[in-house]
Design a binder for this molecule. Structure first.
Ligand SMILES: Cc1cc2nc3c(=O)[nH]c(=O)nc-3n(C[C@H](O)[C@H](O)[C@H](O)COP(=O)(O)OP(=O)(O)OC[C@H]3O[C@@H](n4cnc5c(N)ncnc54)[C@H](O)[C@@H]3O)c2cc1C
Length: 557
């Protein structure tokens, strides 16, 4: 329950009018207990034992205090200090204290650490699922700071290729004490790590990287640039560069081993559409020191283990953005009356809200099932194949669905939705980036085709399993037949978007069957797979009771 504005601020009387018919602020909520689709998806994937902890986290991140930190961190954007007063290079980025507080909260909650901790696999709750639930709730409040958080946790997967480096760095990554000081990593209570792959001449095609790496004593000296390198105040970066043996992964610390500042020269911070609390830099490497991670020539293979995890987080964060937009829309329309009746009770608005709720529930069900596949991948080849095939497919569908949903949710709030204080504009600006970074939409579709070509039998088995899991649901048998036909076609690339969307929807129907009431699952399959889907929300032909059921489930009164 949210408090009314009268409870929060006292009676709202002005000289000229009274404030009436406005919805109360959507704060001081338990982001977990107010979200039955999330609870169901967590429980269906083995995380029910974590309910109490997740509710504590949900209350903290749903508090007015956290919403305020998010506002401050995004209104007071990071600033690059290239030089000091005497003209010496500084190359530091200053963040607002609210950003540091958000980082400290996420690190203390272990969003960068929990899945790597020794007891993570022994714990009764599945580590990826429970952590994904936390990440999803944090993303509803502030996504910019989650960029370094996700990169830091994912870096552990790349560092595994260099056990000696991992032994030194991983304990600092797992520390629950965030340390923002600009000092060598070895002197800090905890570290964060970023990633630099994209150069001016090529982002998707990292083989086009021109940054050179030459051996020097303990490590390598890197000369070149990165066109995008986010979270520049991280303590080190996993970067790709050309060594004698080919494209190679390196760990580049902000300080050299002798304690001097390393040769990272920040040129600018990007002036971005959204993601404003986070800094994304353009950087040059002037003989920057770095350690090699993995063998020379195996750079992509090394860093892809990290990217697979950041892709999962893109999906989780997009689902979180969708959830917050939907919750704001339902909350507002329940409190706002037009023509004497709450908007949420008007038939057309109900159809819009229900249609959005369908995508949001499909997204969270998919996300949690995918996180479960990551949890099981090490011991179960089928789950490993599922994670391999579905990560790009789910990233494609969920991350591409978020902007449209946020836009529609914004409209549900009318003019208020277009105004910064409503939070919807920030969510709207934030939504597209998850589809762009860590592999853009087309690249995800190509990755699905690559998985089918390279891991053929295992991946075909995933399709068979999906066919089983969705048996009898409207449109699913046809979708499977379509996928078998299109994906086997040598010209598949030209049709890959439609096929990958269908694959993700099928996986969503399968995930919903395990986590949602049968009725929700049936409506999803009917509206998203059996019937041609309109690009505009509010168009499915729902049964008369369905919209109210879907909206009531999404956000109980
Ligand atoms: C806010 C922000 C922060 C970022 N932070 C980082 C960071 O920290 N580190 C980092 O390394 N990068 C970062 N990036 C870069 C990001 O990962 C790249 O922009 C992304 O991978 C796409 O690369 P590109 O920009 O070079 O586009 P391109 O590779 O030129 O691609 C352009 C378009 O072409 C499509 N495309 C590519 N190949 C094909 C094909 N074969 N067939 C059909 N279509 C294709 C892509 O899907 C894309 O839509 C960041 C980007 C943003 C926006």
């Amino acid at each position: 329950m949210t408090r009314s504005d009268t409870e929060r601020f006292g009676p709202q009387r002005f000289d000229t009018h009274e404030v009436t018919n406005q919805s109360p602020l959507y704060v001081d909520i338990d982001l977990y207990m107010s979200d039955p689709p999330l609870q169901a998806a967590v429980a269906a994937n083995g995380g029910a034992d974590a309910t109490a902890d997740l509710s504590v986290f949900g209350r903290r991140w749903g508090s007015a205090d956290m919403a305020e930190l998010a506002r401050q961190a995004n209104e007071n954007t990071p600033r690059l200090k290239t030089y000091d007063a005497k003209g010496f290079r500084r190359d530091v980025v200053e963040f607002h204290p609210a950003y540091h507080q958000l980082m400290a909260e996420s690190v203390a909650a272990g969003l960068q650490a929990s899945t790597w901790e020794d007891d993570a696999s022994a714990a009764p709750a599945p580590a990826e699922v429970v952590r994904a639930a936390r990440f999803y709730m944090a993303a509803q409040i502030e996504t910019g700071h989650l960029c370094p958080i996700t990169m830091t946790r994912a870096a552990v997967a790349a560092l595994a290729a260099e056990p000696e480096l991992a032994t030194r760095f991983v304990p600092k990554i797992l520390s629950r004490r965030y340390d923002p000081h600009f000092v060598p990593w070895s002197e800090k209570t905890g570290v964060t790590l970023g990633m630099g792959m994209t150069e001016k001449q090529g982002g998707t095609d990292v083989r086009a990287n021109t940054t050179r790496a030459d051996p020097t004593g303990e490590g390598y000296a890197l000369v070149g640039h990165k066109w995008f390198m986010s979270a520049p105040m991280c303590d080190g970066f996993l970067v790709l560069a050309q060594a004698a043996g080919g494209l190679t992964c390196f760990l580049m610390p902000r300080f050299r081993p002798d304690g001097s500042v390393n040769g990272l020269r920040f040129q600018r911070l990007k002036d971005k559409l959204g993601n404003r609390s986070n800094a994304s830099s353009e950087v040059e490497f002037a003989d920057a020191f770095a350690w090699r991670v993995g063998d020379e020539g195996r750079g992509v293979r090394t860093i892809i283990n990290m990217v697979q995890l950041t892709r999962l987080d893109c999906v989780v964060a997009s689902a979180g953005i969708m959830r917050m937009a939907l919750a704001q829309a339902i909350h507002h329309t329940r409190h706002r009356s037009v023509f004497g009746k709450p908007l949420a009770d008007q038939p057309m608005m109900q159809a819009v809200l229900a249609d959005m709720a369908l995508d949001a529930e499909g997204a969270i069900a998919l996300v949690m099932r995918l996180a479960r596949a990551f949890d099981r991948a090490a011991d179960d080849p089928h789950e490993a194949a599922r994670a391999r095939l579905l990560t790009p497919a789910v990233k494609f569908w969920v991350c591409k669905s978020a902007p449209a949903l946020v836009y529609e949710a914004m409209e549900c709030l009318g003019g208020n939705g277009y105004v910064e204080e409503s939070v919807l504009p920030r969510l709207y600006r934030e939504a597209p980036v998850n589809a762009i970074w860590e592999g853009s939409g087309n690249v995800m579709c190509l990755d699905v085709l690559r998985a089918l070509a390279h891991d053929g039998a295992a991946v075909q088995a995933v399709l068979e399993r999906l066919a089983d899991e969705t048996k009898g649901l409207p449109g699913c048998a046809d979708a499977i037949a379509y996928l078998r036909r299109v994906l086997a076609d040598p010209q598949a690339e030209a049709h890959a978007r439609a096929a990958v969307e269908r694959l993700a929807l099928l996986a969503a129907a399968a995930a919903l069957r395990a986590s949602a009431p049968q009725a929700v699952c049936e409506v999803f399959a009917r509206a998203r797979l059996a019937h041609g889907r309109s690009a505009i929300y509010g168009s499915p032909s729902f049964g008369s009771a369905e919209p109210r059921q879907l909206v009531g489930r999404a956000l109980p009164m």
